[in-house]
Design a protein around this ligand. Sequence first.
Ligand code: 4AD
Ligand code: MG
Length: 431
Amino acid sequence: MATLATIADIARHDGQTVTLHGWIYNSTPRGKLLFLQLRDGTGLMQCVLRKNKMDAEAFEAVRRAGQESSVVITGLVKADERSKIGFELVASDAQVVQDAADYPITPKDHGVAFLHDHRHLWVRSQRQFAILRIRHLCVKAIRDYFDSRGFVLFDSPMFTPNAVEGTTTLFETEYFGQKAYLTQSGQLYQESGALAFGRTYCFGPTFRAEKSSTRRHLTEFWMVEPELAWVDLEDIMDLAEDFLVEVVGYVVEHGREYLEILERDISVLEKVQKPFPRMSYDEACAKLAELGVEVEPEDDFGSPHETELTQQFDRPIMVHRYPTAVKAFYMKEDPTNPARCLGVDVLAPEGYGEVIGGGQREDSLDVLVSKIEHHGLPMEAFGWYLDLRRWGSCPHGGFGLGLERLVTWVCGIHHIRETIPFPRTIDRLTP
Ligand code: 4AD
Ligand code: MG
């Protein structure tokens, strides 16, 4: 019996006869020869079948099998310098497990809606394979970063009575006679975690009823949220910078083959090094004015502002001290200017814009109570959160990184919806 192998580690089997389990990605007959592109979930590899070198019936069965038929192929692993992976398989035996016909996603071009309707199959395509592998690497790098620095995983709930990020994007649901929301951010619960463990993080889905469809917004996306006790805004900026450098570096090191499939310019990612330029909101506004881009006074930045600003730099930038009025209720006011708050956004280069939002939290009970009132939020729902200021309040803060925003940027792709296996947007709930 031949050894069972995978394409990803085929180099270990140079000169050996192995068996591969996979699916026909593409098939090109040339008389008594058949060139198969076999995909096995770990990679893509050319298999050469010769009619006179194997059972003729088996050869015919594979030759007739359609795209995405599942097959088992046994053959000799042979070095081949024309191959991207350096090897091809010279088949000696083959079996069709399921003979598929009329696979809907062919090598020709398909419309975006068609592809999304077939997302459950589309994820088998090379480009999607590469993007979702990069996503996996990002998740691993993120977890490793926090796990190796003393952060404790502290999961925030998905059902919550609390609006964290404003009331306009809440998904409301009935919860046994009570009103509940799908969480917009795990932050408030991380603040409880930070006061219990010093530093914690959560990493899970978050939900926002984004009513418009843009290339940066999903209604369900994954966010990683570290939170730390005894830190200020500067510490948060240092952490966000160090974290991004490490995560991007890890993906460049371990995901090169996937970035190459996406034709990503890796030199751009290699420039993600410290220090990131830091500027206050007011400085950023002055810069935008120089560039001829208008900002409504005291208004938040929209994506045109972020795009323009980030195009001035070759690495991420950090914009801090936004107008208090446009930011969430929990942000601490700048003691030197209460019209500004101690929040920071990290904006990715090449026009990708905000990937991280965070900052220092309001730690005074009285100020927080007045903020909750001012924002028109229901005080009852925040009783537990206010307890954190009653018992052992201290300077603290953290940030949230949107995983899909990160993956979109790292992959250098246009639209966020390709970065999650099954995207949820205003107009898509299936598959
Ligand atoms: O800036 P946001 O709203 O910040 C928070 O939720 C804080 N409570 C996080 C914290 O301090 N713990 O969201 C954080 C990040 C954004 O920078 C962006 O990357 C991502 O979440 N994000 C989205 N990603 C995809 N689709 C959406 N609709 C997103 N909204 C935010
Ligand atoms: Mg934000």
